[in-house]
Design a binder for this molecule. Sequence first.
Ligand code: GCW
Length: 687
Amino acid sequence: SNPKYSMCWLSYKPIEKKEYVQEVEKFLGQIVLLEKNIYFQNAGNELKIALGALFGTEPRLSNAENLYMDSGIILSKVTNEKLSIFITEVEKEAVGEEGFLIKVVDENKKKYIIVASKSEKGIIYGTFHLINKFRLKTGLKELNCIENPKAPLRIINQWDNMDGSIERGYAGKSIFFANGRIKRNYKRIWDYARLLASIGINGVVVNNVNVRDKAIWLITPKYLNDLSKIAEIFRLYGIKLYLSINFASPIYIGGLDTADPLDKNVQNWWKDTVQTIYSYIPDFGGFLVKADSEFNPGPYVYDRTHADGANMLAEALLPYSGIVIWRAFVYNCLQDWRDTKTDRAKAAYDNFKPLDGKFLDNVILQIKYGPMDFQVREPVSPLFGAMEKTNQMIEFQITQEYTGQQIHLCYLGTLWKEILEFDTYCKGKGSYVKKIVDGSLLGMKYAGFAGVSNIGDSINWTGHDLAQANLWTFGKLAWDPDIEIEDIAREWTILTFGDDKKVVDNILWMLLNSHAIYEKYTTPLGLGWMVNPGHHYGPNPEGYEYSKWGTYHRADTKAIGVDRTSRGTGYTLQYHKPWQEIFDDINKCPEELLLFFHRVPYDFRLKNGKTLIQFMYDSHFEGAEMVDELIEKWEELRGKIDGKIFNRVYERLKMQKEHAIEWRDVINTYFYRKTGIPDEKGRVIYP
Ligand code: GCW
């Protein structure tokens, strides 16, 4: 109902299918809250709003002393005695701290739908689950379920700056900050909380990991009061507030002359600071730390280890059950391109592997999915599977920095799913990344998912309307990485655009093929990095070739790629067997990662018999051409979806086409100039 922005997949519309409405209506007499607190009240309100919009009913919201009514939705804790005739002991036991149960009671006199959680946290998840199941017209019997999130930490990282800009943001300005202050437009934050709760998120880090200027002071009373308001909203939706900190805060804020983690004054300063934070925000989540990384200070400044640094903060947070999320994105960003020995891909492992077992229990290492930096494709970071005694989280970039900046359609669920299904072999066969980051394989208390947010204050939150699917998918995978990606994407499509068959088929096709298409016309075969420096949009084959960032492909007239095998930089040695041997062998290496692991001559024959150079040409022609298919699929939906959304997406698809052609031509010309080898098919490659 707010014209300023859409509610994405929570834009409720009346359910039109009569039979379904009739079937369900009998259960909607009232909404009964068996718990009296703000969390259940809030969940009840959400349900009421939804039922009104979906069924046109206005059920009473009541706190029943006894279950006298014959029909209604009951929100309760599983332990509530009044439910003991409906819920078995076994069912009760099966509901975890953040989980919920939905049970349909369909007796002569009693028609109830019970949503029951173990704690305050689970009830909002259960409520949104039920609302969306109604919207998917799920049959009553299929509503019965017990759901628990697999991973304990499901956290969104905002890279929002206090001036209102967003680092790598492509959807407008920050909804949290403007002009050096915390925004007091709580309505938007409230709606964000609703969106996030509906996908099972339980934490938000509200400020950028690069903590500069005013943001350093967010941990002080100057800002804590306003932050506590945001935390209060989030809390209602099961979400904790976290902050990114600057490791040198004791110097900046405290006036100390050091931030050495082993210095008593520094330790006490952090303890005092943490105590203050908790006096404003009693359930504060903890700190996210980017230390010794891209010009941010860290323990290395004082010749201390990252365990020293993280543990010092962890000790301060421990009394309040707070946690330290420590990023593993540590590498030398002042490399010399002439140096062929140093391999940035090895950095995270080299920095952190020696510290396995040295972190306190409330420290979690946040590891980017790949060893470099969110490229269109990278191998899985070998650090997963190398830290058997360390809490680990995987970091995905929902915002599309290297994947088209929300101008190109690039659905990331397919890539993420592949990453999560990767078998690290750290405990033998079956040691999937998903089992490491949900904590189950290594039996860790903390584990989980971090996603760099793709939202801003734009009308549709994500710039590209279809990029909402990436946020949705991140949450869904974090809740349960075992779900099929098609199912996740389909559900999003139906909730967002309705269930017209053509609409669903076409959008699903677009989503599921978009990453592969983008990869084809940009940097296939694990190449990566051929982007313009700085803003990272558009092709520039040698944009990073002679820079300090350690991201080189070293193309000459004969070959391209870095030899990262045991014969080269030795990066492959960071993997368990059999991956070491597989990646080491140019004939066994998964082809989509060929140029990540190998230096390959242009006349090398790929599995389909094509030479490398011909593959490059074909891939770029094909990819750019396939954008037409995306456009056609969308055009077929004209009139079937909201006109404004249609036009917005259409505009972006046309830009995508133009920019895909630019990618195609720049990259093809680059290779043609390097090699002088013409395209076998005689297509236009500019000289
Ligand atoms: O790739 C880089 C991005 C930076 C980002 C950094 C990081 C927040 O280009 O903008 O900084 O990754 O993940 O810390």
